[in-house]
Design a protein around this ligand. Structure first.
Ligand code: TRP
Ligand code: SF4
Length: 333
């Protein structure tokens, strides 16, 4: 029996290269070695966006199309939508009963989310009950498949700690070592910065999307920060001070190319505009197959709906087994 991996993302829009390099690429590798469950966490999206649901469905589709394009394979992994697996909501109820209020109140990630929300207009100073339940619902996601490992970003580790505490408490209360204590596997989210040198993120308007066209990608790359001390294109440049463009080269170029860029830059033989045009070509080359697959799924959206339907049915089957065991351990009717 393979070990189990569970991970999800809130469907908040199309994914960017940071998601690909830091998260999805890793998921794609994991699916050969583990039983993987990957889902769009649409209930979690609702905890903060309950009043803006116009785009929820499309965002859910988009995130899953991005995954498929990047190489998540429905033959290897179970790919599903959280809200299509109602067993998770029932497990959430049992877990909510055994979770002391102060465990969720001291969750640092939740505190950060609450802080951000409070500064946003219209939210007042209240946070909703559903958001308080964020870590419990996340525990239900994870425990639903009795996961061994959870690939997540560092900001999610506090939630996994609560999950382990809840699992331990469940086992103690109901007299059997049924739930495993799931462990995080850390994503490397700092692999690539945004075009302005800050963290890549769609709200910062500094990202390149997996779904961007080659033209859009090239245009965006031309805005990337370079060595700021360089005024003319034949001035000697400093690749190590070229905060974005050279960093991208070191991610996407091969050894030979990186060396050539460095040499030519230092000798003033390479202008930044030309350098970034080449860089854009390099990135476009790398993402061509992914973008092609994305286009295929966009044009065959029924296949995507079927993948989601079948994935969610598979998830429900396994979830149903865990849930019957839970119901019997809790001694429900
Ligand atoms: N909270 C996670 C995030 O924002 C998404 C998520 C929800 C998740 N449930 C999960 C991740 C379960 C891993 C396992 O990134
Ligand atoms: Fe950066 Fe390239 Fe310009 Fe050198 S030539 S500063 S590596 S963009």
């Amino acid at each position: 029996m393979k070990q189990v991996i569970v991970s999800g993302m809130r469907p908040t829009g199309r994914l960017h290269l940071g998601h690909y390099l830091g998260v999805i690429q890793n998921w794609v590798k994991l699916q050969d070695e583990y039983d993987c469950y990957f889902f769009a966490a649409d209930w979690h999206a609702l905890t903060t966006k309950y009043d803006k649901t116009e785009e929820l469905k499309q965002n859910t589709l988009d995130v899953i199309i991005d995954w498929l394009a990047c190489g998540l394979d429905p033959k290897k992994s179970v790919i599903y939508v959280q809200s299509l697996v109602p067993e998770i909501a029932e497990l959430n109820i049992y877990l909510g009963m055994i979770t002391p209020q102060n465990w969720v109140e001291r969750d640092p990630t939740l505190k950060d989310m609450a802080k951000i929300l409070k500064t946003k207009e219209g939210q007042g100073s209240q946070i909703n009950y559903g958001l308080m339940g964020y870590p419990v619902l996340m525990s239900a996601d994870i425990m639903m498949f009795n996961a061994d490992y959870i690939p997540v970003g560092i900001d999610q580790v506090a939630h996994i700690e609560i999950t382990r505490d809840i699992a331990r408490r469940f086992n103690n209360l109901y007299g059997e070592e049924f739930f495993k204590e799931s462990k995080p596997i850390l994503n490397n989210c700092s692999l690539i910065c945004g075009l302005d040198g800050n963290k890549m993120g769609k709200s910062f308007n500094n990202d390149i999307k997996i779904s961007d066209t080659e033209e859009v990608t090239a245009k965006k790359i031309m805005t990337a920060i370079t060595d700021r001390s360089r005024l003319r294109k034949d001035d000697p440049g400093h690749p190590d001070d070229c905060e974005v463009a050279f960093k991208y080269w070191s991610i996407f170029g091969d050894e030979q190319e990186i060396e050539t860029v460095r040499c030519e830059c230092e000798k003033g033989l390479r202008g930044c505009a030309q350098c970034k045009r080449q860089l854009a070509e390099k990135i476009n080359e790398k993402f061509a197959p992914i973008r092609q697959r994305r286009k295929y799924y966009e044009e065959h959206i029924d296949e995507v709906h079927d993948i989601i339907k079948e994935g969610s049915a598979k998830a429900r089957e396994r979830a149903g087994e865990v849930l019957s065991k839970v119901r019997s351990l809790v001694r429900m009717y």
